[in-house]
Design a protein around this ligand. Sequence first.
Ligand code: SF4
Ligand code: SF4
Length: 114
Amino acid sequence: MRNFGFTTTKSRTIDYEKIDTRLISYILQNEPSFNACLSCGSCTAICSAGNLTSFNIRKLSLQIRLGDIENTKLEIDKCMLCGKCLLECPRGINTRNVIMLIKKGLNIIDKNEI
Ligand code: SF4
Ligand code: SF4
């Protein structure tokens, strides 16, 4: 390939056919309210773990919807399960339960049970 002194950026196209939906399907099956998330970020603003670490529950929620299992595994244990996010959510989503389901879902995926 010829060197023109620049490269094109990697495509940011999302191929929905290739997304790993195992985790998001498991969460929505057990906590359907998560589907009402509007990504407002209120949970992130109040988050205890987010104040002390790089944890970002809003970002995590988007990553799960994009099937990013590996990054979810790296981030999820930063949550302290304090439940503050649940009090703040304008959609009344039980975010604490979502966190618990993420942990359970990751275990099930590790065991190849879904
Ligand atoms: S506060 Fe609720 S609606 Fe807003 S980003 Fe968090 S989970 Fe979604
Ligand atoms: S339960 Fe987890 S995500 Fe929610 S505010 Fe507490 S530390 Fe943050």
